[in-house]
Design a protein around this ligand. Structure first.
Ligand code: G6P
Length: 506
C-alpha cells in the first residue's frame, strides 16, 4: 500500500517511489470481464504521474491540471477505483492502492503517446474546443490511435467495474469511452464530464470525425458540461450532425435496430475546488509565514500581482505580459512599487504550439525584465515550475491582485482557489469573461483579455481598489465558492445520474 504522498514529497513537489514490486500486486479482473468496484472514475491521467527525477530514480508526483485537483479529494473519500494513464510511455504498472484510492494504470507506448495524447487529444481536440486559438490539425493516423486507446480505457474500466456499477468518464481525451462501455457492459450506469468548453457547431463542424465523437458521448446516460452554453452547443451538434431526436436537455438515442436504446441527458455542472483544504492551509501559521517570506524576498513591494497557469496558449499569458509591460512603459506602474509573479507550470512540452508559446512568454519576460529591472527590484518573477498546494496557497496569500486572463477556459480553478484562500476578504481578482468561472464570480473585475487597453485599465483598477470595495467584492465571491465546493459538484452530478436511472427504469 502506498503511504500518504505528503510524507515523501521532495522540495519540488516530487514523490519518492514507494510502489511495491509489480509481482506482488493483485491483478484486477483476471478471472473475467468484470471487477469488484461499484464506483469508478476513468480519466486520461491518474492523480499520480510517473517521472524520472534528477538523481535518476523513478518516482511519482501529483499530476498537473484542474481535473486531478477536482477529483482527487472526492476519490480519496469514495470507496472507488480510478482508471487512467500513469504518464510514462512504454511502461506497464499493475494496479495499486494509494491515499485510499485504488489506481488502475493504463499503458501507452511512445508512439501512442505521440498520436493519441500529443496528437489527437492536444493538437486536434484541445485547440478545436478552445475557440481555435491555435489551428487544430487533422490526421487520420491520430484519429485511429484515439479510437484504439479509447477502446483500451473502456476495456480496463469494464474489467474493473462490478455488475451495475457507476462509471464516471472524464474529459475530451476519452469521448468514445461511453459508447464502447455501453456496448460491452450495458449493465453499467455511465456518466461523462467534459472539463473543457464544448465548441459551437459552427466550429465543431470542422472535425472530420464529428459524428463518431457525438455518438461516443451519447453512450453515456448523463453528459455534464461546465456551462449551460457548452451543453447547448453539444445538443445542437447532436441534432445537426447525427439528426438526433433532442427534446429539452434529452437525446433519445437509437440502438442498432432503430429502437430507442436509452435517453442521454446533457446538462451543466460547474466544477469547483476543495474549499476546506484551501481555507485550512490559508490559516496555517507556517503557510502564512511563508507568504510573508515571499513578500519580504521580493523587497516588500506595495503591490504583488500573481498569475498561475499551466503554460498553455489558452491562458492568455502573453496578453497579460503585454498589458503589464505597457503599464511599466507608460509609467503607470513602477518597478519599485510592484512585482508580477508568473508561475507557468510546464505542460505538453513536446507539442509544437506549446514549445512556441514558451519561447514567446520567455522572450517577453526577458524583454520586460531587461528594460525595467534594477539590481534590487524585478518587474516579473517568472517561475517555470509546478508547486505543492501549500506553496500555491502561500502565493495566493502574498498576492494583492490575481490575474486570470484566459482566452478560453472551461472553468479555471485557480480563480476559485484564490478566492477561497482570501479568508480576510482582501485582494482583487481580475478575471477573463471567457472562463467558466466568470459565470459564477460575477463580482470579479471582469475583463476581455484581447482588449489590451481594457486589460491595462482593469489591472490599474485592481491595484487601486479601495479596501471597502475589495472587501465587498471578495465577500460576495467567497459566499459563492464556499457554497459550491467540489464535494457538492460531484454529489450534484452523481445524484442526477442516479435519479435519471430511477426515472428511466420506470
Ligand atoms: C486540463 C484538462 C485535463 C488535463 C490537464 C493537464 O485541466 O482538462 O484533462 O489532465 O489540463 O493536462 P495534461 O495534458 O498534462 O494531462
Amino acid at each position: 500500500m502506498l503511504q500518504n504522498p505528503s510524507d515523501h514529497r521532495t522540495e519540488s513537489g516530487h514523490l519518492k517511489n514507494r510502489l511495491p514490486p509489480t509481482s506482488q500486486l493483485p491483478v484486477i479482473g483476471a478471472g473475467g470481464p468484470q471487477g469488484d468496484y461499484d464506483f469508478l472514475v476513468v480519466s486520461n491521467r491518474l492523480p499520480l504521474d510517473r517521472e524520472i527525477q534528477d538523481d535518476g530514480d523513478d518516482g511519482w508526483r501529483r499530476s498537473p491540471g484542474g481535473l486531478v485537483t477536482a477529483l482527487a479529494p472526492l476519490m480519496s473519500r469514495a470507496d472507488g477505483a480510478w482508471v487512467g494513464w500513469h504518464g510514462a510511455p512504454d511502461e506497464k504498472v499493475d494496479p495499486f492502492d494509494h491515499d485510499n484510492m485504488h489506481l488502475v494504470p493504463v499503458s501507452l507506448s511512445s508512439s501512442e503517446v505521440e498520436d493519441y495524447y500529443e496528437g489527437f487529444a492536444n493538437a486536434t481536440l484541445w485547440p478545436l474546443y478552445h475557440d481555435v486559438i491555435a489551428p487544430p490539425e487533422f490526421h487520420r493516423t491520430w484519429w485511429d490511435a484515439y479510437r484504439t486507446i479509447n477502446h483500451r480505457f473502456a476495456d480496463a474500466a469494464a474489467r474493473t467495474a462490478a455488475r451495475g456499477a457507476t462509471v464516471w468518464v472524464q474529459d475530451y481525451q476519452l469521448q468514445l469511452v461511453p459508447r464502447y462501455l455501453r456496448i460491452s457492459r450495458p449493465d453499467l450506469r455511465i456518466g461523462f464530464f467534459n472539463h473543457i468548453p464544448f465548441p459551437p457547431p459552427e466550429i465543431f463542424a470542422q472535425l472530420p470525425w464529428r459524428r463518431a465523437i457525438i455518438d461516443g458521448l451519447l453512450g453515456a446516460d448523463l453528459i455534464g458540461f461546465q456551462r449551460p452554453n457548452d451543453a447547448a452547443n453539444f445538443l445542437r451538434s447532436s441534432r445537426r450532425f447525427l439528426g438526433a431526436n433532442v427534446k429539452a436537455k434529452q437525446v433519445h438515442v437509437s440502438g442498432p435496430d432503430g429502437t430507442i436504446s436509452h435517453i442521454a441527458r446533457a446538462e451543466a455542472f460547474p466544477i469547483s475546488i476543495d474549499v476546506d483544504q484551501i481555507q485550512q492551509l490559508a490559516q496555517r501559521e507556517d503557510v502564512i509565514e511563508r507568504s510573508r517570506q515571499i513578500r519580504h524576498d521580493l523587497g516588500n513591494p506595495k503591490t504583488i500581482l500573481l498569475g498561475v497557469d499551466r503554460l498553455d496558449y489558452t491562458k492568455g499569458i502573453t496578453h497579460r505580459l503585454k498589458a503589464y509591460g505597457e503599464l511599466l512603459t507608460d509609467g503607470h506602474v513602477q518597478v519599485t512599487d510592484a512585482t508580477l509573479i508568473q508561475v507557468a507550470s510546464p505542460s505538453r512540452e513536446r507539442v509544437e504550439s506549446y514549445r512556441l508559446l514558451r519561447e514567446d512568454v520567455e522572450g517577453s519576460v526577458g524583454r520586460i525584465n531587461g528594460t525595467f529591472d534594477t539590481i534590487q527590484n524585478t518587474a516579473v518573477r517568472y517561475l517555470h515550475h509546478s508547486y505543492p498546494v501549500e506553496e500555491m496557497v502561500a502565493l495566493y496569500l502574498a498576492a494583492d491582485v490575481m490575474l486570470v486572463t484566459a482566452l478560453r477556459d472551461g472553468m479555471n480553478l485557480v480563480a476559485k482557489e484564490y478566492v477561497a484562500s482570501r479568508v480576510n476578504n482582501t485582494g482583487a481578482l481580475v478575471l477573463s469573461e471567457f472562463t467558466g468561472a466568470a459565470d459564477q464570480l460575477r463580482q470579479a473585475l471582469l475583463v476581455n483579455p484581447h482588449d489590451i487597453d481594457g486589460l491595462k485599465s482593469t489591472i490599474m483598477t485592481a491595484i487601486n481598489l479601495s479596501p471597502l470595495e475589495a472587501g465587498r467584492r471578495m465577500r460576495a465571491m467567497r459566499r459563492q465558492v464556499l457554497d459550491h465546493d467540489v464535494e457538492r459538484w460531484s454529489q450534484d452530478f452523481l445524484r442526477a445520474l442516479d435519479e435519471k436511472a430511477v426515472r428511466d427504469d420506470r
